[in-house]
Design a protein around this ligand. Sequence first.
Ligand code: ZN
Length: 677
Amino acid sequence: MKKPILLTAAIALIAMASLTGCKNKQQTNENNEKFCYNVDKFYDLEVLRYRVEGFEQLSLQQKQLIYYLSEAALQGRDILYDQNCRYNLRIRRALEAVYLSDAYKQQYVTDPESQPFLFEKYLKRVWFSNGIHHHYSEDKFLPEFSREWFENALAESDYTLDKEVIDVMFDPALMQKRMAQADGIDLIASSAGNYYGEGMTQAEAEAWYAAHKDNSPEPKWIGLNSQLIKEDGKVQERVYRVGGLYSAALEQVVESLRKALEFAETPEQKEVIEKLIEYNRTGDLDTFNQYCIAWVKDLNSRVDFVNGFTETYADPLGITGTWEAMVNFKNIESTHRTELISQNAQWFEDNSPTDPEYKKEEVRGVSAKVITAAILGGDCYPATPIGINLPNANWIRKEYGSKSVSIDNLSHAYDEAAKGNGFAEEFVIDDETRCRAEQYGTLCNDLHTDLHECAGHGSGKLLPGVTKENLKEHGSTIEEARADLFGLYYLADPKLVELGLLPDKDAYKAGYYQQMMNGLMTQLVRIEPGKDIEEAHMRDRQLIANWVYQHAENKEVEIIERDGKHYLRINDYDGLRRLFGELLRIIQRITSEGDYAAAKEMVETYAVKVNPELHQEILERYKKLNLAPYKGFVNPVYTLVRDDAGNVTDVTIDYTEGYVEQHLRYSRDYSFLPDVN
Ligand code: ZN
């Protein structure tokens, strides 16, 4: 329900601006300039820092609530390591013991080829992935230092590892994949993930789930919070709960939740926390359902959180939840932005360039909640989703609704961190365009997303007898293009300036340039040479940019060549808006009439194929920038401030902790599980 997003620079293209050479920096306040978003970089990973804007303005009660919920978010860290692979905790502890040993510190040098340096890189990678498998590709990564060097270093530390565990680290044949997905193999036996005990087979697990399935109208999610193991030849369930599996960590979580309870903002929130405590204590899945319902109903608290076994992507059978945590609070200013758009949804509908017979008489805008993340934990850390859409149980969603939020401060951190990485200098045609993007790029991107989500998808109507299914395999590309075009058309409308959403009538140009450049050129960095575009959002973006480019008869947009490199040039922004409007009219007609043949032709002509020479050129230019495709974060540090009598008078937030320091501290202060669970 909540998709982890692959953040290549192309997605973070929104942030194509650079700090160099642009005079206008109205959007960058002084704090921002001092704040360092880039923390560390190794392999294909980059570590960033995010700001918790607005934390200082929260009430003392809210700050304390966040403090204790943050403690609960960090206390489950070991659970995720163990879920990812049963050797992970031992390996992490051995690596940290070596890293902290005097012998290691004495031999440490910064030569990137040296054994200690390669060792440090490996450890950083283990922290990033919460284990020895890549967090995204699922493949085990191998140490670049030698086994002999490691065994000697380990002997100088105060930790020992069995040969069996060292084999898992170094032998490429062992535990290759965290989660296997190939056809025709036993998914459980070939996955390193620890959702099933040693010796369990896929058939045994499936049989157990089938026998225990809850077929009632309000079913329990059997298997969500347990590991299946084989004992004495029989399949047994080990439940994640206090007194059960992962007890030592869950006891700490419960303790922090109890402290948080005291600072709950509303009776609804109090119930959420109480139910979660009870669920962690008992492991009872009826209680979990009650907790989910209470969570959905808690709409008036400013602070919100997720803590527990939630998403099921990492279990090859898609049943057991991975431990994750996030604490956040509502971003009032940004939520206001989405509310304003939602309130004007009817005006947008009435004034859109679509044909009158396809317009909705009555449009209901959607207002999205925008949040500020305050702490990330478990499977949300260091790599993180940029949205949350929960709960996962369909019957609860249907009967009680769900909460869907976007996390503004994390996406802004991606944007800010990308400034000055060379991307904009390489691909944007000139300084004027680049500087406009720096000034208004993030704002335009936020607004475009809001228009897409809060007004675009809900606009237009289907003619009688037409359903979404009419467009079959091209349905999602066409639907995303429709919402994107709606957003693009209105991004340039004076109405946005009138509503106070954009500062002036030219700001939208930043959004137009980045959408066109991304759709025509830079998103190709995510496609391998020779491959077509498959993913619906990528197809949608190329469809729009390519159609407009092919129809720019008066050279509203063009691609020019300079010193052997190609650049997008926009000559006529008003004309470009007219073209977006024209395409929106066509796409709306296709949607309203369910015209499959036209949808197919539109997608196949404009959205799928890639110009191979341009693609090659873009890939080469991108490669030279040496950017890391995957990003993650360090958390801020919260500290209680007490007066002489011991009363808490404030909670401070600090952003200075580094990546290595943070992980070493977490392993010292938030590690509760035994080596073997
Ligand atoms: Zn969409």
